[in-house]
Design a protein around this ligand. Structure first.
Ligand code: NAP
Ligand code: MG
Length: 401
């Protein structure tokens, strides 16, 4: 028996709900605890406990994330009307992810997990493409108006000193529509720093796209802020890491993405990121193969799967039926967190373990053993479809080897 890998700083562990909560325990027991002397600071973000604590547990978990730097989070229920009755809730608690993101002031990076027997719809893609979406402002915080009659529309800014600045938007001769949107330099700066710092940690090129040729002040400000922060704070480290940053027009970015091999980070404005992340994830194959990490501008990390709690599978599991739920994205949330912890604390064995566990997962799928969702889309003929726990055990067998 090998000696277990020691950790020096604990991970912040945020447990969650439904099927992913079941997978969570199996992943720890079967894949991590036999090899790592796992240290965590545990927070139960399961909906029952959030309700019992008036959601204080979510705030405490986010604070701990800031204190310790690296967290791993299980998928959690965002309550709606049906959950109010199902869990007899005191309040319709807010989305934990929203709460954590607000406290960490971070950017979410989504990356597909690539295996050779699930072919991306884009033939040239060989390596994952990570999307970074700015999560504040623009059309998501816009004010809108329906114009019903002829008239003038203007943008009016009233300074704190009472002085007004005005720009004509349009002189309407008939009905039309209007929209006013904004962003804040501080938020764009945080977004830029999160992107640069994540690119360095992955050692991958960073692309940023917008439409500054048309939006000469709004989008141009995004471009300028990125460029200024890059030159002042990051260009040296990028050079040392052998990676590049470049800005390009959104149309050019899309054309290049479609012809690329992948293997880079694509930073997008809020709307572009919303739309493009669905394109990237579906073109790579499956939401169950997509990881997600929240990175704060000061370098705190929260790793999770991009999918939800897989409610339908949980109800089957609870009634004693067999499920074939894909645990890959949740396993990769753990490996991401362990690797980052290993990097910060300089424990090469922990980083190597994370690499080995990821390789065991990929080798298992590439050998033709997979859960049902993947069996439906794989290029492997006659894959062996296994249930939720057997998949995890197959992976465990490979780590052992
Ligand atoms: P979901 O949990 O992502 O599942 C939607 C469907 O996608 C499933 O029914 C399943 O399809 C398939 N699927 C997703 N993940 C899978 C996996 N790992 N393995 C196999 N199939 C998978 O989304 P939802 O049902 O809309 O949401 C359920 C709960 O999750 C909600 O309460 C929502 O608030 C929460 N949620 C949380 C997060 C988060 O914490 N980050 C994110 C999204 C949603 P089939 O049923 O066809 O097999
Ligand atoms: Mg969307």
């Amino acid at each position: 028996m090998m000696e277990k890998i020691k950790m020096t700083t604990p991970l912040v562990e945020m447990d969650g709900d439904e099927m992913t909560r079941i997978l969570w325990r199996w992943i720890k027991e079967e894949l991590i605890e036999p090899y790592v002397d796992l240290k965590t600071v545990y927070f139960d973000l399961g909906l029952e406990h959030r309700n019992e604590t008036d959601d204080r547990v979510t705030l405490e978990a986010a604070e701990a994330n800031r204190e310790y730097g690296v967290a791993v989070k299980c998928a959690t229920i965002t309550p709606n009307a049906a959950r109010m009755t199902e869990y007899n809730l005191k309040e319709m608690w807010k989305s934990p992810n929203g709460t954590i993101r607000a406290i960490l002031d971070g950017t979410v990076f989504r990356t597909p997990i690539v295996v050779n027997n699930i072919a991306p719809n884009v033939r040239t893609w060989k390596k994952p493409i990570t999307i970074a979406r700015h999560a504040y402002g623009d059309v998501y915080r816009a004010s809108e108006m329906i114009v019903t009659k002829p008239g003038r529309a203007e943008l009016v800014f009233t300074g704190a000193d009472g002085r007004e600045e005005r720009t004509l938007i349009h002189s309407f001769s008939g009905p039309g529509i209007l929209q006013g949107m904004h962003n804040i330099n501080a938020s764009i700066e945080s977004f830029a720093r999160s992107c640069f710092s994540y690119a360095l940690s992955l050692k991958q090129d960073l692309w940023f796209s917008a439409k500054d040729t048309i939006s000469k002040q709004y989008d141009h400000t995004f471009k300028d802020i990125f460029q200024e922060i890059f030159e002042k704070e990051y260009s040296k480290s990028f050079e040392e890491a052998g990676i590049t940053y470049f800005y390009t027009l959104i149309d050019d970015a899309i054309a290049r993405v479609m012809k690329s091999e992948g293997g880079f980070i694509w930073a997008c404005k809020n709307y572009d990121g919303d739309v493009m992340s669905d394109m990237i994830s579906s073109a790579f194959g499956s939401l169950a193969m997509m990881t997600s990490v929240l990175v704060s501008p000061d370098g705190n990390y929260e790793f999770e799967a991009a999918h939800g709690t897989v409610q339908r599978h949980y109800y089957k599991y609870r009634s004693g039926e067999e499920t074939s739920t894909n645990s890959v994205a949740t396993i990769f949330a753990w490996t991401g967190a362990l690797r980052q912890r290993g990097r910060i604390d300089q424990i090469p064995a922990l980083e190597a373990f994370a690499d080995a566990l990821e390789k065991a997962v990929i080798d298992t799928i590439e050998s033709g053993v997979m859960t049902k969702d993947l069996a439906l889309i794989t290029t492997t003929e006659n894959p062996r479809t296994v249930n939720s726990l057997d998949f995890i055990r197959e992976v465990a067998g490979r780590i052992e080897r």
